[in-house]
Ligand binder design. Sequence first.
Ligand SMILES: [Zn+2]
Ligand SMILES: [Zn+2]
Length: 149
Amino acid sequence: MSEEPSLDNDARLRRHGLQVTAQRLAVLRAVSERPHRTADDISDAVRAEIGAISRQAVYDALATFTDRGLVRRIQPAGSPARYESRVGDNHHHLICRTCNRMVDVDCAVGDTPCLTAADDWGYEIDEAEVIYWGRCPECVAAASVSSGE
Ligand SMILES: [Zn+2]
Ligand SMILES: [Zn+2]
């Protein structure tokens, strides 16, 4: 069940049983426009756009969206949670250790093969979190320049 990209945010909210409000629309738009942002970054973007919304209201909206499966929350070790509206495909992430830039990586083979654990111990598995850590091309280039290579 992957999210239809054509579906507008209005319809997305309603489909997930949520009342459509200007605040929720602004939060969802901020998440859709720039994926993998932190709650603070999203809050700044939303406040710049609609002004009258508290940071807590943005956090609450993000928590509700995550609960309803409208938004996916990624929690990398040692860094604040990031949010994205690409849900339902169990894609993975690649994070730069130097600048924290995060990008999407599709599942290694086809559709969610990573959900098939070698041994599931009888658990009903619905998600696999895979984060690849490393350095992005820009940071690799910057490091080789500063080391005089
Ligand atoms: Zn980097
Ligand atoms: Zn992603």
